[in-house]
Design a binder for this molecule. Structure first.
Ligand code: SF4
Length: 919
């Protein structure tokens, strides 16, 4: 095999694990990726998303040039200079007439620290308003608030190594197996090395993460603070309070314990209110009491709550009370969702922070003003995400620059966000793709670089800074976000302050700001990096902060000193709040939203990779079978989920692991991929009063059967034009990128008058006149059965399959793998045409079922067959037999569940799997 011609070390752009990636280009120019075995975040592992990065390099729908909205609503191409002039003029006019608080910037945990730094410096340092916020507000701002309140700084005092070395890991509101798969695999490996390690998973759902759980607490939605108040009481009663540590380093213990006792003193009542058995509660408390080396890892389940900050502080209270912070293998660990949520926090991307972990104190404002050389630094916090868009809705924001995020899709109450953008006189969107839900409201679109082109740094969940390096030059006319921001800053007259030559220069200035008049008074200190040469910056190895210039780095809090004014940590008295929206007879279920294993956010990258859509390709409603029976739903049917804000349509998935009384819908489907699949349309904009983070986990909804009269799917050969979603019939429509074709799932009540007419005009997007069909050797084959409602039609051009449409009256899942194979045929023979119309292959092609292992495209049915045939009783043997789970490992929890649900017969199980394979 030829060696790769180029190898570049970079970082995965998806989640906060921050895995190192080796991108390799072969001599033919093709890129591939593998995990970087030297990177301390992943040591060579990648999950299914990271492993598919090379397949996202040529993204469809890339935004290539600046565009401007025309009077008739269309878009016209403009030059960069013209676009930048218009943005600067729009911002200047708004500032001059309405003041600096009339403009805003909304950024993203996807952008690099250097982009973030420049955006923050422009807005807070020179425009003079703090109206810059980030979509990380939606992921972890409650954790930031909790850390700040407890420690006086936004410091995550835990590393991945601490997690591995802990004796007890408590995973709270975190489906780590799906959302942070490589960290989860590290935990699985740690457990294999030290089987005595204990894992507790606290989650209303029994998720894939429970695969590792010694104890699962299926807590009532929203009851987390109550549980941790109960734990604090139990720790006190067991004599586990570290009074020495508290005397030396912690304020607020007595008041916090009193509040916890008032809330959760009685175990029986506590168990009832948490929806847990008393025995499980006692077991959890006993383990927490017994294991000093405890890490509590939490994520969106706690943060995305109207009282998320209090939940975080209730958890941190337990660590402070027991002195389990600032020491190896213990501590409260908020794991970040996005790849650079942490970098955004560091530079000051949150509206309530000024810069470099400094708030809006008079001293910090003075210090930052002198460092930036600006007399116009913002004096007070700005509008947080939900408030920023609410202000736009009220006409108070006159110019808004949105960078690398899709607020119409990701903010709560999507309808209100659309209205806000309609009301805002100037909406600028910097994006790498052209067709996001937000793009249709932009007045100016700027083409931005994306992973593979970007050059800078990101910080992962454990405070590790890694380089994201470019693999190739920016495509089209795309530019880095910091370049666009600097160009506008210069047009606004802020000249030399934004005269950065490259990302390295920005990083040096940012590092210098963290160290400026620091002297150990602030947690974030990168003074060791403020003199990096360009070469050193380029070669920067993954490094955890702090990295001060004048002293050796030490782990935060290891000396028992925190960053409050008196250098003591604070425990906060917490009174647990319930879910903010009440259940009513009309809206009797709690809606929980979250991530899937193989998708990332709005799917603009992962939605382009067929194998990542094989696992779950459509919006789904996961519901307990008892609830499904109560609401007359059956598996694979379409359900309507709704409340006063809106409604969505999803496939029904029955799952006895779903907590009764609540349902789960993934967050990923936007209007770009589905009609009526946008779950945030149902989420009320109820925010945590401290952090401003919205509640996404307990919205009250109702579910009902969607009375579809027909179901169907179309497959359109890859490369042929695909109709827009609004051109499709029915209320339910989802586009799914498949191998060799685009698949469109459909369902509806009203149907086209004539399916053949509809298909010929709408699926046939190649703009040939129908009369010329004979000339271009085009034919249509058709099957119709009015008794059963089955209708099938396929278009074949010069012998090759263009598209096929199947319509039925029932919602059963149809295996289309064999159909996809027909698109590769240069010319369909008579038997294949007959199969197309029969709706199934005449030969013995097995239905593989839903794909479990994305890396090797292995479906449920052949895996079950292997389990049965070879008597397989564990995932390792199944991997040896089929390869399933042997690459990224993301599917291992599902493989184990599959084996548990389909155990081999006693006879088969007596024959060792390996022996069978070797035979
Ligand atoms: S766990 Fe997966 S998505 Fe997250 S950084 Fe690693 S490879 Fe990327």
């Amino acid at each position: 095999m030829k060696p790769p011609s180029v190898t570049i070390k970079t970082t995965c752009p998806y989640c906060g694990v921050g895995c190192g990636v080796l991108a390799e280009q072969n001599t033919a120019g093709a890129w591939s990726v593998r995990g970087d075995s030297d990177h301390p975040a992943n040591f060579g592992r990648l999950c299914s998303k990271g492993a598919a990065l090379a397949e996202t390099i040529n993204l469809p729908n890339r935004l290539m040039t600046p565009l401007q909205r025309t009077a008739d609503g269309g878009l016209q191409r403009i030059s960069w200079d013209h676009a930048l002039d218009q943005i600067a003029e729009g911002f200047r006019a708004a500032i001059d007439e309405f003041g600096p608080d009339s403009v805003g910037i909304y950024v993203s945990g996807q952008i690099l620290t250097e982009d973030y730094y420049v955006a923050n410096k422009l807005m807070k340092g020179f425009i003079g308003s703090a109206n810059i916020d980030t979509n990380s507000r939606l992921c972890m701002s409650s954790a930031v608030a909790a850390y700040n309140r407890a420690f006086g700084s936004d410091t995550v005092p835990v590393s991945y190594e601490d997690l591995e070395n802990a004796d007890l890991v408590v995973l709270v509101g975190s489906n780590t197996a799906y959302a942070h798969p490589v960290t989860f695999q590290r935990l699985v490996a740690a457990k294999e090395r030290r089987p005595e390690m204990k894992f507790v998973v606290i989650d209303p759902r029994k998720t894939a993460t429970c695969d590792i759980a010694d104890l699962h607490l299926p807590i009532a939605p929203g009851a987390d603070a109550l549980l941790f108040n109960g734990l604090l009481v139990a720790l006190a009663e067991a004599g586990k309070i570290d009074h020495e540590f508290i005397a030396a380093s912690v304020d607020g213990f007595d008041a916090s314990l009193a509040a916890a006792r008032a809330d959760a003193a009685d175990l029986e009542i506590l168990a009832q209110r948490c929806g847990l058995s008393q025995a499980k509660l006692e077991q959890f408390f006993a383990w927490f009491i017994a294991h000093e080396r405890t890490v509590s890892l939490w994520s969106q389940g706690l943060n995305q709550s109207a009282s998320g900050s209090d939940k975080g502080n209730a958890l941190i209270n337990c660590h402070l009370a027991t002195g389990r912070v600032g020491k190896p293998a213990m501590g409260p660990f908020s794991i970040t969702g996005q790849p650079n949520a942490m970098g955004g926090r560091e530079v000051g991307g949150l509206a309530n922070m000024l810069a470099a972990h400094q708030g809006f104190t008079p001293e910090a404002i003075d210090r930052v003003s002198r460092f930036w050389g600006s007399q116009n630094v913002a004096q007070k916090p700005g509008l947080k995400a939900v408030d920023l868009f609410a202000a736009a809705g009220k006409g108070q924001i006159k110019a808004l620059w949105i960078i690398a995020t899709n607020p119409v899709f990701s903010l709560p109450d999507s309808h209100a966000v659309r209205t806000a953008l309609e009301h805002c006189p100037l909406v600028v969107l910097s994006e790498c793709v052209a067709d996001t839900d937000t793009a249709q409201y932009a007045d100016i679109l700027l083409p931005a670089t994306t992973w593979g082109e970007r050059d800078g740094t990101v910080t992962n969940s454990e405070r590790r800074i890694s380089r994201q390096r470019p693999l190739y030059p920016p495509v089209g006319e795309s530019r880095h976000d910091w370049q666009a921001l600097c160009a506008v800053a210069q047009r606004l007259g802020f000249g030399t302050a934004f005269d950065f030559a490259d990302a390295a220069a920005i990083f040096r200035e940012y590092a210098a700001l963290t160290a400026f008049e620091n002297n150990g008074s602030r947690d974030l200190d990168l003074g060791a990096f403020n003199q990096l040469t360009d070469e050193q910056y380029n070669e920067l190895p993954p490094t955890r902060w702090p990295q001060p210039a004048d002293r050796p780095p030490v782990e935060p809090f290891s000396d028992g000193r925190f960053f409050t004014e008196n250098r003591r940590a604070r425990m906060l008295p917490i009174t647990a709040q319930g879910a903010p929206s009440a259940l009513t007879p009309l809206y009797p279920l709690r809606l929980n939203t979250g991530r899937l294993r193989d998708q990332w956010h709005g799917m603009s990258r992962t939605g382009a990779v067929p194998k990542l859509l094989n696992h779950v390709g459509e919006p789904t409603l996961t519901i307990h079978p008892m609830d499904a029976a109560r609401f007359k739903l059956r598996g694979h049917q379409i359900a309507r989920v709704g409340n006063t804000l809106g409604q969505l349509l999803t496939r029904v998935v029955l799952d006895e692991h779903q907590r009764q009384g609540s349902v789960f819908v993934p967050m990923h489907w936007s209007d770009a991929f589905s009609r009526n699949g946008l779950v945030n349309a149902l989420i009320a904009p109820i925010i945590d009063p401290v952090s401003g983070q919205p509640e996404f986990k307990t919205q009250s909804v109702r579910v009902e059967h969607y009375p579809a009269e027909w179901f169907g799917f179309a497959l359109i050969r890859e490369g042929l034009p695909v109709p827009e979603l609004q051109e499709l019939p029915g209320d339910y429509a989802v586009k799914i990128t498949a191998t060799a074709a685009m698949r469109i799932e459909l369902a509806g009540v009203a149907s086209p008058h004539d399916w053949m007419d509809w298909a010929k005009t709408t699926l046939n997007q190649q703009k040939f006149a129908l009369e010329t069909a004979a000339e271009i050797d085009r034919e249509w084959i058709e099957f119709a059965d009015s008794a059963t409602g089955r209708y099938r039609i396929a278009q074949i051009t010069q012998g090759r399959l263009d598209w096929v449409l199947h319509i039925t009256r029932d919602s059963r899942a149809v295996d289309t793998h064999w159909l996809l194979g027909l698109f590769a045929e240069p010319s369909l023979n008579a038997a294949q045409r007959a199969d197309l119309m029969a709706g199934k292959p005449a030969g013995a092609q097995a239905d593989v079922g839903p794909i479990i292992c994305a890396c090797f495209s292995l479906g449920r049915n052949p895996l079950i067959a292997a389990i049965q045939e070879h008597g397989i009783t564990d995932a390792k043997a199944l991997g040896a037999c089929t390869q399933a789970g042997t690459n990224c490992g993301s599917c291992l929890p599902e493989l184990k569940a599959l084996i548990a649900q389909n155990p081999p017969s006693a006879e088969a199980a007596t024959t060792p799997a390996k022996a069978s394979i070797e035979d």
